[in-house]
Write a protein that binds this ligand. Structure first.
Ligand SMILES: [Zn+2]
Length: 408
């Protein structure tokens, strides 16, 4: 048969036959300037193809073909050379096979390792969005914090550490930033669950609802792009947590409280809502919030006197002054508690340095103005009896004041 027929018979392109002819691996009969392939050439071609598949080089194939041709024309000649070559190659392929199997196993392990989510201490979905990182800074020296994430779940940082070159460091625990001076205490029976304010009277629950509606109307987030809203001392009656389902996901919310017990419980509750990634929980005293100067648009201060008074004689807004943007606003309510009442005596816990005049709304607004805020609106709600608050005596009417003020 001719070259083209031979190539077709063995399922190779003609150029391959040409190549073997050139290398003298195929040595067909030549007549009148043309090759004619016979059955011996078929045998040679089959041996070439088998040896190629077994991984032999051209030199070995050439030697085997020479031996095959010698045997073909001899009687009882042993195939010693070819057999030896094949046994050698068997060993070589066996070693390569083991090496490839080991490489494949190692590759599989690496792929499995890289495909796994990092180990995280919990799976409740709470975490810190990286969108909050530009808002953070060291509360001690004001420099940017370096974040060392140790657990990332669904793109949120759930565990890790925030460090400053000055030595300050805060843990990131379940997405909460936990400052060094954080309180942890077991929940008390009087702590109110924000979703179930069952300890409060119906009148008080209605009051809280009314306060929330009023704050909703006062936030004015619509005029701001990507606003940042802070609720410091969010405590158990947090406005932001109560409104969690309605929170605007284009805004960022900072929920801060010195008590990690409150915060971690509330972070877990918020985690079930899509709005969770818009919220950052910070466990730190207002004086030590790891937030950049001029980073907050609106501060929500729910139950002002209730929180500042239980700790110090200072108002919260003085602590928040640096991180509030110029033109930023305070939106809050203030409970006026007159001295010499049963409520006042119950409200003041022994040992605090609280002075009675700091619980009066007139003094509060005076202090706001002196601190550089312009009081914008003030509204007095009807006095309330029977709140259900543990420190409130029914005989004393509770006076709620609503206010907004702007940082000049
Ligand atoms: Zn620092």
């Amino acid at each position: 048969m001719l070259s083209s027929q031979f190539a077709e018979k063995h399922g190779v392109p003609y150029s391959v036959v040409e190549f073997y002819l050139k290398k003298k691996l195929l040595q067909p009969e030549m007549r009148g300037g043309r090759y004619y392939f016979g059955s011996e050439d078929d045998d040679d071609m089959q041996l070439i193809q088998k040896m190629k598949r077994w991984g032999f080089g051209l030199r070995d194939i050439g030697a085997a073909l020479t031996e095959q041709r010698f045997i073909r024309h001899s009687v009882n000649a042993p195939q010693s050379s070819l057999l030896s070559m094949l046994r050698n190659q068997q060993e070589v392929l066996g070693a390569q096979q083991a090496s490839l199997a080991a490489a494949a196993h190692s590759l599989n392990q690496e792929i499995a390792h890289l495909s796994q989510e990092p180990h995280t201490p919990h799976t409740d979905g709470s975490g810190m969005s990286v969108e909050f990182l530009p808002l953070l800074c060291c509360p001690a020296c004001g420099q940017l914090l370096d974040i060392y994430p140790e657990g990332i779940l669904a793109g949120l940082i759930v565990a890790g550490m925030a460090k400053c070159v000055c030595g300050y460091h805060a843990d990131i625990n379940k997405g909460c930033i936990v400052g060094p001076a954080t309180h942890r205490h077991p929940l008390r029976s009087t702590d109110v669950d924000y979703t179930e304010p069952s300890g409060l009277s119906l009148t008080m629950q209605e009051m809280i609802y009314r306060l929330r509606i009023w704050i909703n109307g006062q936030l004015g987030l619509g005029s701001l792009s990507n606003p940042v809203v802070l609720e410091a001392y969010c405590g158990s009656l947090s406005y932001l947590l109560a409104e969690a389902k309605q929170l605007d996901t284009s805004a960022r919310y900072l929920l801060c409280d010195p008590d990690l017990t409150f915060l971690s419980r509330q972070a877990e509750k918020l985690a079930v809502y899509p709005q969770a990634s818009s919220a950052l929980f910070v466990a730190a005293d207002a004086a030590h919030l790891p937030l950049r100067k001029n980073s907050v648009d609106v501060v929500v201060d729910f139950f002002q006197s209730f929180y500042h008074a239980s700790l110090t004689n200072e108002y919260l807004f003085t602590k928040l002054w640096p991180i509030l943007k110029s033109g930023g606003r305070l939106v809050g309510c203030f409970i006026d508690i007159p001295p010499d009442t049963e409520t006042y005596k119950a409200f003041i816990t022994p040992g605090t340095q609280l002075q009675s005049h700091t619980l009066r709304f007139s003094y509060f607004t005076n202090q706001l103005a002196q601190a550089g805020y312009r009081v914008q609106s003030v509204e007095c709600l009807p006095p309330m009896h029977q709140s259900g608050l543990v420190w409130h005596s029914d005989s004393d009417p509770l006076q709620y004041w609503l206010y907004t003020a702007q940082k000049i």
